[in-house]
Design a protein around this ligand. Sequence first.
Ligand SMILES: NC(=O)c1ccc[n+]([C@@H]2O[C@H](COP(=O)([O-])OP(=O)(O)OC[C@H]3O[C@@H](n4cnc5c(N)ncnc54)[C@H](OP(=O)(O)O)[C@@H]3O)[C@@H](O)[C@H]2O)c1
Length: 331
Amino acid sequence: MGDDAPEAAPLLPFLGSFEYVLTVIGLVYTGKLVLEGLWKLITTARAHLWSRLWNKKLVETYGKWAVVTGSTDGIGKEYARELARRGMSILLISRTQEKLNKVATEIAEEFGVETEVVAVDFISGRPVFEDVARHLQDKDIGVLVNNVGVMLPHPMEFELASERDIWAHINVNVATVPVMTKLVLPGMLLRGRGAIINLSSIAATYPIPLMGIYAATKAFVDFFSQALEWEYRGSGITVQTITPSYVATNMLKFSELVHKPGMLNPTASTFVSHAIHTLGYAARTAGYWAHGIQCYLVERFLDRWVFMYGNYLWNSYLLHNMKKSQANSRR
Ligand SMILES: NC(=O)c1ccc[n+]([C@@H]2O[C@H](COP(=O)([O-])OP(=O)(O)OC[C@H]3O[C@@H](n4cnc5c(N)ncnc54)[C@H](OP(=O)(O)O)[C@@H]3O)[C@@H](O)[C@H]2O)c1
């Protein structure tokens, strides 16, 4: 009886078996790309659009105080302002006492919240954290923004970096992140709530020639922060990694090209006004929509060598431009 049963017609009769296998692989791969794209779209909409529909009460959700490192300029200062706008008291930690006093007064007057300052130079490493710890004691720390960061004065070959530059990258960009985290985490765990925001960079995606030490420190922050997020899921503590591209701050003042604000390199205030909404809605995000597109394209479609070679050419160009405009201004 079985012998007489008609054979099932092949799904794609015009294909041989080898072509059939290749077609199935192609379809599965395309399906995977489409699903990934859709997932990216949904998570991006959730972080940037859905999040704006709710006025998240940060003090109730995370706690009374926000601690921001590197908070007298650029991205850190804007985080301090946005968190204060949402009712949080702000502990500003940065290097220059006068700038700290000025920012603290501005924030207290504009938003009517408590402020406190700690002047430390993170380049000094371990000893400064005793002072920081004293200020953190007995405070309900709700949010820590691990923002402080330095970069070489401009792209350069590593041999030209000073020893101070090297220690600055290690002590400021790397060491402060886990040490500050260790200072606030036990209290957050006791209270079962809190948020830690870590500033990495798109520069963490692959190594970057002429900015190698900076990119390497940002890769540290990225990896550390993602691992932390995984460890403390379900504990009530939110860990967020931010990976911006260019933001027009003092860090980029070596080049008019990238320092001049535009759609791709927003001011710190525009950047943070977007990034702040993503807190609690995205564990790892560029923070700003145009940077999100850049990060997605780079991570999804650029080979490591294309990224590295492209960045080498781009940084060489920025350096060349900088030298040219310095020469012109000397004339
Ligand atoms: N700007 C960008 O394009 C960009 C892109 C991706 C990621 N990021 C990251 O975002 C973070 C903030 O960058 P930014 O561009 O806003 O920097 P910024 O404008 O140069 O501001 C840096 C802040 O950190 C403080 N600071 C610097 N060195 C310090 C030290 N040794 N001890 C204590 N405080 C110190 C500065 O204090 P003073 O006021 O005393 O100078 C200032 O308040 C960094 O982690 C950076 O890597 C920036």
